[in-house]
Design a protein around this ligand. Sequence first.
Ligand code: SF4
Length: 221
Amino acid sequence: MEDSIGINNKELKTKPGADQLAKLINNGTPGCSTKKIPLWLVLLDNVPTLTMFILGALIINQISTIWAVVFMAYALFSVVYFWARICPFCHHYASQACPCGYGVISAKFFKKRTDKPFIRVFKNNLGIVFPNWFVPTGVAIYLFITQYNQTLLWLSIAFALIGYVIIPLISKFVGCKSCDIKDECPWMQAKNKIKDQMARNGTTVDGKKIIIPEMEEQVGC
Ligand code: SF4
């Protein structure tokens, strides 16, 4: 018997390997979540990121305009790479439930993929965005030591505030907080590990029993 996303329930009762499990977990129809993230939330997710890219380029521009342009091109490339290599494996692919709108854009240019588990793909490819934080930070530290000036100070403060405070806070309290797939997200893994360990030990949090989700609850949207 098949459920609403076309997965044979008998398959779930077997113990699938990682790739089989990936196929089962990722086999939902594109955009199967009915949740719709409002435009203000999509903007709240994207405007600070774009502002951080621009501030990063302005910091690098203090030493070289060409490298500032290269940085900006890399930052935009990293976003397209994210659409191409991560979003096609996600439950939010082609869905307006994606907190930053990437899921819908990704579906316009890239095909849905089901051959690997989303969590593994996410972990293996997320590093593409790290230079967007660390390169301007490194350049700012170098410039503080070699040629400090007032403009650098204000650019660095704005960059640090947006990159290391505002964006993580928005993710934690707005984007990730209400995300349908936060249980699969590597960012939430540390928290989940503690939760799973406590459940295995039969312990409780706030007087409530913690239940590890059944396989059926993790499949589909
Ligand atoms: S939730 Fe993340 S991985 Fe999923 S579609 Fe949106 S941006 Fe891509």
